[in-house]
Write a new protein. Structure first.
Lengths: 291, 269
């Protein structure tokens, strides 16, 4: 009996160990192929080059065009998701009647449930033609439309995390503010939001990390033209869209072109990893503050 | 202001979905469901795509369910509070926010190339399993945490071993919560596109897969494939396939929410 219990514990521990192996696997795979890549291409050219043409005869391996494309769509997405998400969080926490809140929260989650390939379709087929009515020289593929759609998709991330942060602020602060004669609006924006600022920061950083890693929306609607630009109306290419483009074709293993997707992948992984850890760090400090 | 912001996203999404239904409903028919893909949009169906999705989901469930629940039980019931378990926890929340396309690269490097599974269903299902594992682990732990300690104490007092307590008391009591988490995780997996493209799912698949080592395509990848074409007819096909995919996703989430509500009212001991 005792042996059986021991075995069960070991088996369960193995299940947990798989998560460690996954991390090791990710880092290992990315490193092995990226090291192969950086044997061919200098890391300085990679990080500072403004031309990305690994599949052409005249090969250039500067990642900056992909980075600018990624940043462009990411910032447009945050530009949409942050004001809307934060307003929702403040409204739900400070103004909304309980019944309304109970209906609204699950409805908001629906936004996060829709598959990203479907959002890509929306961006390409609905939002881009719609925006063209106002911006006549908007290209069929552009950063603006997928950025906006991505922003809509991550609204629930920002709103639910920010709302948790607001709800964690002790009620005494709110009461004190009212006691001083503040209005609801003053209490919300001068007291509650600053008090929850670290939690709101966490929500922004996680939304950033999510937007940087988002793939299908940009692969469908942003185009596949790596240009180093911050113009939201022209076709661009993001890191993720590049990986999808190369994977869709048949690139033989061992070639530099095959290794580029891992080099692009490790760039993506490092950036999101740093962002996630910054959010952990803030979260830990912030939890200490109120306990 | 607050109300407008709160419902704006939902209203926009409703308009989007209305548009897709308006566009795709004309193509949606029994033939569309049972036909093989074709060069001609009007003759193309989603048979291979949804069969691939079914295969992938069956194997993803078989792999991720036991692993995720096992890991969740271990972390909640066995792991001691030390550096090691803290490391495990941080690692899991880190994995949860790794972009899905990175899992695709992992699958490509390890399952497709190193283990030589090729662009197979098995490689795809393993990749998706690793992707949703953190979600299952976290929801398993939360479901177990919600079981009142009186149940555990009573079982221990009756002389049950640790595993007997878990198997006969804790798991049945938390099963509703665990199931909710698993269904939510699977509904996420069913819509995943990027990692499957990276492990090689975009190949044109003329027939439905017969075994787990066959090549495959899935609904979202088929949609991507059709959206990327310039012809209007293929876009209509994509819209029709989106209606099917959204239908499946919403039904799965509906079941999960229903289970969660049922389980939560039961859990008020």
């Amino acid at each position: 009996m005792n042996i059986k219990e021991k075995i069960i514990e070991k088996v369960l521990a193995l299940c947990a160990l798989i998560t460690i192996l996954t991390t090791v696997g990710i880092i290992g795979v990315l490193l092995v192929e990226a090291v192969g890549f950086f044997r061919e291409v200098s890391i300085i050219d990679f990080l500072t080059g403004t031309e990305w043409t690994p599949l052409f005869a005249d090969k250039n391996y500067g990642i900056l065009p992909l980075v600018s494309g990624t940043l462009l769509t990411t910032f447009i997405a945050i530009g949409v998701a942050l004001p809307v998400g934060l307003t929702i969080a403040i409204y739900l926490n400070e103004y909304a009647p309980k019944r309304f809140k109970k209906v609204l929260k699950p409805l908001l989650e629906v936004l996060a449930v829709v598959p990203t390939v479907v959002y890509g379709f929306f961006a390409l087929m609905i939002v881009t033609p719609f925006l063209k009515l106002f911006i006549t020289d908007l290209s069929g593929f552009n950063a603006l439309s997928p950025g906006i759609v991505m922003g809509i998709m991550i609204i629930p991330f920002v709103s639910s995390l920010s709302e948790d942060a607001l709800a964690a602020v002790p009620d005494s602060l709110r009461q004190a503010s009212y006691g001083m004669g503040s209005t609801r609006f003053q209490t919300a924006f001068r007291v509650m939001v600053p008090a929850a600022s670290s939690g709101i920061m966490v929500s922004i950083i996680l939304a950033l990390s999510r937007a940087i890693g988002e793939t299908m929306i940009v692969a469908i609607a942003a185009g596949q033209t790596p240009v180093f630009t911050f113009d939201p109306t022209v076709p661009i290419e993001t890191i993720t869209a590049y990986i999808v483009k190369v994977s869709s074709g048949d690139v033989p293993q061992g070639t530099v072109a095959y290794q580029t997707i891992f080099a692009a992948g490790i760039t993506l992984f490092v950036v999101t990893f740093i962002l996630n850890n910054i959010s952990f760090w803030i979260k830990n400090r912030y939890q200490e503050k109120y306990e | 202001m607050g109300i407008i912001a709160s419902i704006s996203g939902i209203v926009v999404l409703a308009i989007f979905i209305g548009f897709v239904i308006y566009m795709g409903i004309q193509r949606l028919s029994w033939d569309f469901i049972v036909q093989l893909p074709s060069r001609f949009a009007e003759e193309s169906g989603i048979y291979t795509a949804w069969m691939g999705t079914v295969w992938i989901m069956v194997f993803t469930t078989l792999i991720s369910f036991p692993l995720g629940v096992g890991a969740g039980i271990y972390l909640e019931e066995y792991a001691r509070q030390n550096r090691w378990s803290m490391f495990l926890e941080i690692n899991i929340s880190n994995l949860a926010s790794v972009p899905s396309i990175i899992y695709g690269l992992l699958g490509l490097g390890v399952f497709v190339r190193m283990m030589q599974m090729g662009n197979s269903i098995l490689a795809g299902a393993l990749t998706l399993s690793l992707l949703i594992l953190p979600i299952i682990i976290v929801s398993t732990r939360e479901a177990i945490k919600a079981v009142p300690s009186s149940i555990r104490d009573a079982s221990n007092a009756l002389g049950a071993s640790k595993w007997q307590t878990i198997w006969h008391q804790i798991l049945p009591a938390s099963f509703g919560g665990i199931l909710t988490g698993v269904i939510l995780a699977l509904s996420r997996a069913i819509g995943e596109t990027a990692p499957l493209i990276v492990v090689g799912a975009l190949v044109y698949v003329p027939f439905a897969p017969q075994n787990p080592l066959d090549e495959f395509t899935v609904l979202p990848v088929q949609i991507y494939n059709w959206v990327s074409r310039p012809q209007e007819e293929f876009i209509i096909n994509a819209a029709a396939a989106i209606i099917v995919l959204l239908g499946i996703t919403f039904i799965m989430n509906g079941i999960a929410v229903y289970l969660r509500n049922k389980w939560q009212s039961k859990m008020e001991w």
